[in-house]
Structure formats: structure tokens, C-alpha cells
Design a protein. Structure first.
Length: 298
């Protein structure tokens, strides 16, 4: 790659939970690397999705929602999403067009005032609103920050996403292609596998299981040319939660395993044998030492 005009940079995705950050990333990358769900805060670590063309490369950082911390985990999540902002070349602040600007948005805006990089306001879910409503939302935000640009999109349907990328690329510095073009994420496989299992738990158990669930990947081994053996432990805080996840006669755990396995097979392109265990560790979220062993690192 010896194009002197090649552009590249790191771009952070910021926004309240459920505004559609993961969906947008997936739309851009075209592959399931981030977690989508209706449950707030399923994305706990930074995930980098990498978008590469002949002219530019954008390395996306999907940050956890910025919110007021209540536990050590919350505190960690907040610090990691803020520190990400110092390292990036641009910030995408994503909002949901169907919602009015609220306290959570103002909280983020206050923090973004300290950021010197270009900040784009991405108004998502425009497929759900009338143009008049879109104008009203723009009005609510227009004086909140010095926006580099205001870009309405539908992450789900893809409307205006290509145009959004073009605008971001225009402002990126010239620089190298950091990653090979066939790479979409630099995360270790085990992180993505753990997130896929977590996603199934949230989808299937809904409100019954709060966010006190961690997934620890004990091993990923290649059995033979076509089969991968994965062993994972689901860590919960209370015996009742363990009961819900296992379900009557183990039915729930079986369902979680089966759906997760299908996704993992799609991701890895091989047959997967997935072994799931459930373990209770009381108050794991408040213990810094256990946080580290479950893969949350600075
Ligand atoms: P995140 O928490 O910001 O990462 O949000 P997600 O990407 O997980 O999306 C939350 C929910 O909003 C999911 O049910 C998505 O399908 C939905 N969603 C995301 N983008 C759009 C969009 O452009 N239009 C519509 N109608 N729904 C969307
Ligand atoms: K979410
Ligand atoms: Mg997300």
C-alpha cells in the first residue's frame, strides 16, 4: 500500500444504550462483530470493527454506554469509554431520533466538551420518524456542541450510512492502512464468543437476568480439521440466577448453547462443540480481582 493520499484513523462510537451503535457498526462492517440487543449495556468492552477501502481505513471503537457508575464494573466501563476518546481521530455521538434529548445525552455532551477531535452527531433510526420530527430533533441538539456535521441515518436499513462514511473519511488524516483488508476485528476470538453467549442469555431470559452475568471462555481447542471444542463458564451472582439459566431439566441452558453455537459456527466457519457450565460467584461485580479474571482489563 504505497498511496501517499491514503487516509486512516480511529473513530469512537458514543451514545446512550440502545441508540443503535452496534447495529451501525455491523451495517458498516457487514459482519456480526458487535452485540445487538434491546437490553441496555450488553456491550461491555471495546470492540474494534475495521472498515477498509482503496482510499481509507476506519478503525471503529464501540464503547460501552457512558453513564453514572454504580458498581466497580460500572466505574471501569465508564473509565474505559472516556479514555478511548483521547486516542481517536473522530467521535460519532449516536442518538435515537424517536427520543427527546434527555439527562443521559446531556451527561455525555458535557464530557464531549473536553474533546478536541471532530464530533459528528449521528441521528439514528430515521426509518421510524417523520421528517418533521427529524427537524425537531436537530433543533434540540444544534447548539449543544460544535458539531463537525449532523448526519441522519438508519443503521438498521442502511440509509445514508455510505454517505456518513464518505464524510468521515474526508476529515481523516492521511495515514497507513493499520490492518490487512480482510480483517474486520482485532479482538481475540474468545471475546466475540463470550459476547455471543451473553447475547443469547439476554435474549432468552429477558428481564429475569440482570447484567450480573459474565462469560468466561475456559478453552477454544481445535479437535480436528473441522471441529472446534469450546468450553465456557457462565458466572452469575445468585443461586436463583443459576436456576433460571439452567431452566427446567436443563432446557434453558440447552437453548442458550444451541443458539450460541449456531452463531459461533457462522463466525468461525467450522463445526463447534460448545460445552457450557454455570457457576455462582457472589458480588463478582464489586470485586476488582474477579473483574480482571473475567477479562475486563484496562
Ligand atoms: P447499542 O446499545 O447502542 O449498541 O444499540 P443496538 O445496536 O444494540 O440496538 C438497539 C436496538 O435498536 C436493537 O433492537 C436494534 O435492532 C434497534 N435499532 C438500531 N438501529 C436501528 C435503526 O436504524 N432503526 C430501527 N428501527 N431500529 C434500530
Ligand atoms: K444494547
Ligand atoms: Mg451495543
Amino acid at each position: 500500500m504505497d498511496n501517499p493520499n491514503y487516509k486512516s484513523g480511529f473513530v469512537a462510537l458514543i451514545g446512550r444504550p440502545n441508540v443503535g451503535k452496534s447495529t451501525l457498526l455491523n451495517q458498516v462492517i457487514g459482519q456480526k462483530v458487535a452485540i445487538m440487543s434491546n437490553v441496555a449495556q450488553t456491550t461491555r468492552n471495546k470492540i474494534q470493527g475495521i472498515y477498509t477501502t482503496d482510499e481509507a481505513q476506519i478503525v471503529f471503537i464501540d464503547t460501552p454506554g457512558i453513564h453514572k457508575p454504580q458498581t466497580k464494573l460500572g466505574d471501569f466501563m465508564e473509565r474505559s469509554s472516556l479514555s478511548a476518546l483521547d486516542e481517536v481521530d473522530a467521535v460519532l455521538f449516536v442518538i435515537n431520533a424517536t427520543e427527546n434529548k434527555g439527562a443521559g445525552d446531556n451527561f455525555i455532551i458535557e464530557r464531549l466538551k473536553r474533546v478536541h477531535q471532530p464530533i459528528y452527531l449521528i441521528i439514528n433510526k430515521i426509518d421510524q420518524v417523520h421528517p418533521d420530527r427529524l427537524l425537531a430533533v436537530m433543533d434540540q441538539y444544534k447548539d449543544s456542541l460544535k458539531w463537525e456535521q449532523v448526519l441522519p441515518v438508519s443503521a438498521l436499513q442502511g440509509n445514508n450510512v455510505r454517505e456518513m462514511l464518505q464524510e468521515i473519511v474526508k476529515k481523516l488524516p492521511t495515514g497507513p492502512q493499520y490492518y490487512p483488508e480482510d480483517q474486520v476485528s482485532d479482538h481475540p476470538e474468545r471475546f466475540v464468543v463470550a459476547e455471543l453467549i451473553r447475547e443469547k442469555i439476554f435474549q432468552l431470559t429477558r428481564d429475569e437476568i440482570p447484567h450480573s452475568v459474565a462469560v468466561d471462555i475456559e478453552q477454544i481447542n481445535r479437535e480436528d480439521e473441522k471441529t472446534i471444542h469450546i468450553a465456557a463458564t457462565i458466572v452469575v451472582e445468585r443461586p436463583t440466577q443459576k436456576g433460571i439459566i439452567i431452566g427446567k431439566g436443563g432446557q434453558m441452558l440447552k437453548k442458550i448453547g444451541s443458539l450460541a453455537r449456531q452463531d459461533i459456527e457462522r463466525l468461525m466457519g467450522d463445526k463447534v462443540y460448545l460445552e457450557l457450565w454455570v457457576k455462582v460467584v457472589e458480588h463478582w461485580r464489586d470485586k476488582s480481582s474477579t473483574l480482571k479474571s473475567y477479562g475486563y482489563r484496562k
